[in-house]
Design a protein around this ligand. Structure first.
Ligand SMILES: [Zn+2]
Length: 81
C-alpha cells in the first residue's frame, strides 16, 4: 500500500492523501486532494495523475475556487423570517 502524500495534479497548492486502497492485492490507491477535493486512482493515465500532464483547461487555482458558484444555486428565501 502506498501511503505517501501526493501533489495534486489539478491545483498548484494541493496535497493529496490516501482515500482508500484496493481491497486485495495492493493493485491501486485512490488519492484525494485536501484543497480542491479532486480524487484519482493511481492506475489512471498520467494525464490524470501528474500535474505536468494534467490538461490546462481543467486546472484550478485558489482564485478559481474562491470565485466558484454554488452548484446547485441556493434559491432566495420564500419569505422573510
Ligand atoms: Zn487539488
Amino acid at each position: 500500500m502506498n501511503t505517501d502524500n501526493q501533489p495534486c495534479p489539478r491545483c498548484p497548492d494541493g496535497t493529496a492523501t490516501v482515500a482508500t486502497v484496493s481491497p486485495s492485492g495492493n493493485i491501486w490507491t485512490v488519492y484525494m486532494c485536501r484543497v480542491c477535493h479532486f480524487s484519482w486512482r493511481s492506475t489512471e493515465p498520467k494525464r490524470r495523475t501528474e500535474s505536468a500532464l494534467y490538461p490546462e483547461a481543467f486546472r484550478l487555482t485558489a482564485a478559481d475556487m474562491a470565485a466558484a458558484p454554488d452548484v446547485p444555486a441556493v434559491p432566495p428565501l420564500r419569505r422573510n423570517p
